[in-house]
Ligand binder design. Structure first.
Ligand code: DLL
Length: 443
């Protein structure tokens, strides 16, 4: 089902006209109200009147995460604080968080795109939706929550953590939809297994998973372990939160960007040149409807490509492919570029391994060294013979050594660089409660 059929299937010519109208309005808004943008436009000799066609967006300056930091906390807001009814912030690993604000209208638009996304991912009015995205400054919990309420679902606002209790609630409340990060879905699957609860005891049909990068191989694993269809939802707080784009359950291939609200471009992250459809690069988004915190050509840092092909689901909004990674998560190991997601694909595609892993980066002299710690699958571990075994004993087993060498070889062949693999016993890598920490940088 579609939440907003008229918008979601709008013919391209109409959609483009709507986008242009909205782009002109938002450009006016930031020019009049945000000194940062006024200055950037002036430097380029630009005024809002220069925006006559949709492609004229390319005349506009980019906005970067560092611009948000430099105007911390409210310096880029286009509304006075007394018109802002909500603040969110993204944690940010270093320094101050990036802060965003919403007017009452913005909250409504956000609920709209989240309602669309949920329906696009298989939810229907009347469903019980188990929402295990974190509630708080993080946009995941409240974003999905408002969308679920708007579309007429019953929301279970459980947030992250207390996984055993979550499993009990999933069973007792018979949720049909699970919303959380893919790594947390895996955690839930493990805990269910420990508790001796089979997916058949649950009513789950769809998982709406995002907020971190994950691979097709991870999708297959989660689907099999939870007995559901797993779909990808994308968003970022700087743009709105979850609900920027969503995969449809019909095609299950690429995420529809809600283009009446968000104008996408793909650029070469080095040259900032706009790339044609199909080419991989950094996703850039311009807000078309935000009031309190519109962004112009925001550089998301996320690497993907756009697919304008018509979709079997009937939606006309363009699709973006699964995010390959963030440009700042890209590892450069001895000069070779590697995304953690590429390592994940190989690990998760190996049946003797479990999908729990961590990548540790170190300096070895002047060079970078990458080590991957990955758990062996409990069934493989059990087949080694002993009930419990420490890491060293385990690694001394010939079967373990053969497996380790095989995985190292496969990584080297696929990625073109040596990655050291350390197999560890099941349940030894910290479990995710929200966004998983996949890379530990000790350099
Ligand atoms: O993670 C918003 C969100 C919440 C999206 C719940 C989906 C579900 P931030 O904390 O600002 O917002 O982090 C945004 O997370 O730039 C991507 O790098 C990454 N990300 C989000 N969704 C996906 C996804 C939320 N589906 C950053 N695949 C983004 C890959 C994702 N990466």
């Amino acid at each position: 089902m579609m939440w907003n059929q008229e918008m979601e299937t709008m013919p391209r010519t109409e959609l483009t006209a709507l986008q242009l109208d909205r782009l002109q309005k938002v450009v006016n808004r930031v020019y009049e109200r945000v000194p940062f943008y006024r200055r950037a436009f002036d430097e380029r000799g630009l005024t809002p009147d220069h925006i006559r066609h949709l492609e004229d967006v390319r005349l506009l300056p980019f906005t970067k995460k560092s611009d948000l930091r430099e105007h911390y906390p409210f310096g880029l807001f286009a509304e006075p604080l007394d018109r802002v009814c909500r603040i969110h912030a993204s944690s940010g690993t270093k320094g101050k968080p990036t802060v965003v604000g919403y007017t009452r209208n913005d909250i409504q638009q956000w609920a709209e795109v989240c309602a669309r996304s949920l329906c696009c991912g298989g939810a229907r009015p009347g469903d019980v939706i188990h929402n295990a995205y974190g509630y708080g400054l993080f946009t995941g919990g409240l974003g999905v929550h408002y969308g679920a309420e708007l579309m007429g679902a019953t929301v279970i606002p459980v947030s992250g953590g207390h996984t055993q209790r979550q499993v009990m609630l999933l069973q007792d409340f018979q949720a049909r939809i699970l919303c959380c990060t893919p790594s947390y879905a895996l955690n839930i699957a493990d805990v269910m297994q420990d508790m001796g609860i089979s997916p058949d005891a649950l009513n789950l049909r769809y998982g709406i998973f995002g907020a971190e990068s994950w691979s097709e191989e991870m999708r297959a694993t989660i689907e099999q372990r939870l007995g559901i269809t797993a779909l990808d939802i994308y968003g970022l707080s700087e743009v709105i939160g979850p609900g920027v784009s969503m995969e449809c359950y019909q095609a299950k291939q690429g995420l529809h960007i809600w283009e009446d609200h968000f104008l996408p471009e793909i650029i070469d992250p080095e040259t900032e040149e706009v790339l044609p459809h199909g080419e991989e690069g950094e996703l850039v988004i311009t807000s078309l409807t935000k009031e309190a915190f519109p962004v112009i050509r925001y550089r998301t840092g996320d690497i993907t490509s756009l697919n304008p092909e018509p979709c079997p689901c009937g939606r006309t909004h363009i699709r973006m492919n699964r995010i390959k990674g963030r440009s700042d998560d890209m590892l450069i190991i001895r000069g070779v570029n590697v995304f953690p997601s590429e390592i994940e694909r190989i690990l998760v595609g190996t049946p003797e391994l479990s999908p729990h892993y961590q990548i540790v980066l170190r300096k070895e002299g002047a060079l970078d060294r990458a080590d991957v710690n990955v758990e062996v699958d409990p069934s493989f571990f059990a087949a080694l013979g002993k009930e419990s075994m420490d890491e060293e004993t385990m690694r001394a087993r010939p079967a373990v050594q053969t497996l380790q060498q095989r995985v190292e070889r496969q990584l080297a062949e696929t990625l073109g660089v040596r990655i050291h693999v350390h197999l560890v016993p099941p349940r030894t890598i910290p479990r995710s409660q929200g966004k998983a920490v996949r890379v530990v940088d000790q350099r």
